[in-house]
Ligand binder design. Sequence first.
Ligand code: RIB
Ligand code: CA
Length: 320
Amino acid sequence: MAPDQPRPVSILLDCDPGHDDAVAILLALGSPQVRLLGISTCFGNCAVEDATRNAQRVLALAGRADVPVAVGAAGPLVGDVALGNYVHGVSGLDGPPLPEPAADPVAEDAVAFLRHRLLEAAEPVTLVVTGPMTNAGRLLRDHPEVADRIAEVVFMGGSTERGNHTPTAEFNTYADPEALDVVLRSGVQVRMVGLNLTHQALATPEVVERMRAIPTGIGRTCAAWMGFFGDSYHRLWEFDSPPVHDPCTIAALVDPEVIEWREAFVAVELDGTWTRGTTVVDLHRRYPDQPVNAQVAVRLDADRYWDLVIDALHRLGDAP
Ligand code: RIB
Ligand code: CA
């Protein structure tokens, strides 16, 4: 880092790779503004065993098997397991062949791993969550003493508008609404990156061509991932180009200007017959007695976003 550059933001990434989680991992690894301390995995796009293997394969692809990976929750705090293989394929990261994992997961489970990394860090760490909130919810429920070691939770989930997994609920918040409720009530600073934002992060043919033009295996792999992911989004939700959700959380830490935020009271529905997992985002203070508890992403500078992603992929080069 140049001497006048701010120190990198230290992060722990809790994820369910997943094509867009995989790009988020590469964005974090390829951005000098971010220091990835470790990854914890969660059920979501696929079973947690598959999400763990996928995270390790992405790290092997980037030549970063040194990044520790901890295995997390196989299901939500309450209720049934919802999986997203219908979007991400049988493996959870279908598409091009990937290197085999080059290391084993750490012996600790995700909650113990996150707790230890937070307590041993010299200063508070940013917790980025791009899958169901289960690991973070369990961490804050069972170990509230770590709350002041978390600089903020930046999560991809929910929406100020409609859902995707159900007409009103986004997948990550649908998969474990109780865990999100714990985090929203914890007093930890929260930034929410919902579908209303990530649907501005479309991997258009021009973006995919920029990925493909990167003369490395990483560039070709990301372009191929967009192909599979794009086919799913066209088949399921009639998108012409897929919204690449999860890297938006990392981009906000790489370049604070890339996203515009609004403060709001945010709640998650736990009981609705048709609306369980829906986020209620009060952008206009219609519940004046409810406290503001989150910053909500509302506008993306898509050109800057994709420049950040492409620059990071270039910086990674090819695994040694
Ligand atoms: O609804 C989109 C979110 O659910 C993304 O994080 C995607 O990876 C899945 O986890
Ligand atoms: Ca995800």
